[in-house]
Design a protein around this ligand. Structure first.
Ligand code: ADP
Length: 171
């Protein structure tokens, strides 16, 4: 049985990620979506929230599960018995970083193979970061994220709006 991991921040999971997950689930017996606990970038959602959103989004795929991990991605792959790491590639801008990470991972764990799937045309320009900007400005998220993720984004930004910086009292 070939197990593959699909690691990332998933802050939050989008239809672009889900497209890669669906395609990977047709290629491998088991796919584990690895939600990275502490990426360097600043996150909107907690690890628990990101895992829950991912779990709900993949619930209909029988051979896919989602869990969080910390530390090196190659160690997570070994822990779950995965021989393959899946990543998605959009435009050329993803390539350099993915290439760099792939070379480092190969040095750390030569027996783990990287499989890069090209993003589908309709999701080439979809990124979690851009999506958060759109959500914050009240834009429509249709066809970008599942409904439960759109709700979570709306709630997150509404709650942020409910806690404005303290008012400075006017003289
Ligand atoms: P990371 O912080 O590791 O880049 P992301 O959650 O941003 O985590 O992305 C996880 C993986 O999914 C990466 O390989 C990324 O290139 C890929 N990815 C992100 N958005 C899309 C998309 N719209 N279509 C296909 N792959 C994507």
């Amino acid at each position: 049985m070939t197990t593959a991991i699909y690691p990332g921040s998933f802050d939050p999971i989008t239809h672009g990620h889900l497209d890669i997950i669906k395609r990977a689930s047709a290629m491998f017996e088991e796919v584990i979506v690895g939600v990275y606990d502490r990426p360097e970038k600043q996150l909107l959602f907690t690890t628990e929230e990101r895992v829950q959103m991912a779990r709900q989004a993949v619930a209909h795929l029988g051979n896919v599960q989602a869990q969080s991990y910390s530390g090196l991605t190659v160690d997570f792959a070994k822990q779950v018995g995965a021989k393959v790491m899946v990543r998605g590639l959009r435009m050329s801008s993803d390539f350099e970083r993915e290439f760099e990470m792939a070379m480092m991972n190969k040095k750390l764990a030569p027996d783990i193979e990287l499989v890069c799937l090209m993003a589908s045309l309709e999701f080439q320009f979809l990124s979690s970061s851009l999506l958060k900007e759109v959500a914050q400005l009240g834009g429509c998220l249709q066809n970008m994220v599942p409904d439960h993720v759109a709700d979570a984004l709306r709630k997150k930004f509404a709650s942020q709006l409910c806690h404005p910086t303290p008012k400075v009292s006017t003289p």
